[in-house]
Design a protein around this ligand. Sequence first.
Ligand code: BGC
Length: 413
Amino acid sequence: MKKQLIAVLVAGAFALPAFAEQNVEVLHWWTSGGEAAALNVLKGNLEKQGVKWNDMPVAGGGGEQAMTAVRARVTAGNPPTAVQMLGFDILDWGKQGVVADLNSLAAKDGWDKVVPAALQKFSKYNGKWIAAPVNIHSTNWVWANKAVLEKAGVTTIPKDFDEFIAAAEKVQKAGFIAIAHGGQPWQEATIFDAIALTTGGIDYYKKAFIDLDPKALNSPTTEKVFHRMGQIRKLVDKDFSGRDWNIASGMVISGKAGFQLMGDWAKGEFINAKKVPGKDFLCFRFPGTQGMVPFNTDQFVMFKLSDPDKTAAQQKLAAAIMDPAFQSAFNVVKGSAPARTDVPDTAFDDCGKKAIRDVAEASKAGTLVGSMAHGHAVPASIKNAFYDVITRHFNGQLDDKKAAAALASAANS
Ligand code: BGC
């Protein structure tokens, strides 16, 4: 017995140091209250497996600043272990040949069968898995404060763009801020995704923002999209410039504002503030876009490293991300749908159940499209050129016609 105990203690003593050395340094932009709560689910999961988590947060919604930080680290020859990334950025790093190969883990755990093809397009480079997708977000959501709408006399969910504007005007007249908005290019582009879909429909969106057809880009439809962006502009408050998206969510949560047009990461803020969907707040697809899902998926890319402890920890991180139970626990908090199709919706609230249902239906109907605003429609250079046009127009520096023409030129960036 004594001998056995000694054997166990000795084995433990040898096992411990190797265990303790496993760590992951994770670069991400999940710094808001709701995002941090979701990230803690992943941290906790890894720490339970003995993998230490070194946090490398780079604030800035949409991840532009985070991508600048990654470039600096890789150029300095010191890449982080794992990085949160979106769409075309993943493929760009795949092309550079500096990312780790997750193919054998993916084959062992059967990722091919459970991750929708629309996501796999961004998780694989040259047919090999290089990223582990953690969620499916989408950009065309409206978040509304129920009590504010009641006070303003808005009794039904608007069915189309004009009804939405009429409802927002009522909210404004009742003395609230109609639309809580943060004046940052990626946030304006997020609204633009929804307005483009409600104005031109799915075929226009695909032609203009995925195929970059110059005739679709510089068209009367695009002019109308910009005209409508101008209508939205009249319904935001005077202090919108530079405001972070989660501060804007906070304005709806606290009852200062009626609506926010934002992806479903906003729900993470409502949940984190202990608000209940259907009771305190409403979630619906931007009027006229029900059935269409402009998605973005957060994926974790592992960089090629030589230290075997680090590479072992990378595999553990990737496996933990793809675990179905984790995908449920994480996405319940994050506001997104799971990246796997086999995760039950039981633990999700009404907005989450709707997100899962909408993704499945859109995937079948061919209306699950990459979000332009969040890097799943065009490479970063073009996306940034689009941002620039959209933001200049939003700030009154371009009229509708010039903005449509400028978008078509931006497609050549
Ligand atoms: C990411 C979300 C994130 C949001 C705001 C999006 O691009 O996909 O995970 O919460 O930006 O930072």
